[in-house]
Design a binder for this molecule. Sequence first.
Ligand SMILES: [Zn+2]
Ligand SMILES: [Zn+2]
Length: 267
Amino acid sequence: MSLFTEKYNIHTHSFYCGHGSGTIAEYVRHGQENGLGLIGFSEHCPFEDGFLYRSRMSFERMKDYERDVLSQREEASIPVLLGYECDYFPRYRDYFSSLKDSGRVDYLITGTHFIIRKDGTRVSPFSDRLSEEDVLCYRDQMAEAIQSGLFSFIAHPDLYMAGFSQWNETMQKVAKEIITLAMEYSLPLEINANGFLKPEVDGRPPYPYEPFWQLAGRMGARAILSTDAHKVANLTRNKDRLEAFAAKCNVNLIRPAFKNGQLEWDS
Ligand SMILES: [Zn+2]
Ligand SMILES: [Zn+2]
């Protein structure tokens, strides 16, 4: 098993998202100084209709963000990738698909930060206690995102356990279904260190959630490591802890490479 976690981070935010800080130039410089061989920016993707506007830049701001990342790429001594982290809902499929095909971005990732219930109300694993039904809804949304074929990896697939306390039969079934589907679609799952920096839930970090990753390890799923930094100082923070966590769960880690304009994996 190769652990190259200190060499890349492809889930990175900046001041553009509105709840993070640091310029693109500052992240690139910090990454270079701390030995990264690859950095990818994945700002929360805005929607033209303003959906989820509180947690992301405005739609109009996308061109500034994209120009900024591309101009840093010119200056940098390491590959600098341009991407977005997308909250996927089927009604935005065409939007994400045309963004992916536009030639403007190198990659898109998906993360489920919001659960839209059948009655239209919205909850988040970050801030709400979820019901079993909410978690099933999370699973369905994630399944649709995976099946869309638009994304390069799945950010914090275990996030639902931040909002749910028992690793009961339903939670285990949801984990198994998400992991199985990701494997079927050859999509890496991401172990995300940002949860180490958040307030504990039931005496443990909200994520990564160990039983989920123990299961992923047993199932042979492929995974990558990210810091999901929202501050420059967090770009390479907790990498050791992340590596130790992955090793403990026996997760099969793979490495990203940027070849011929494509984000690829080494296995
Ligand atoms: Zn964020
Ligand atoms: Zn993120």
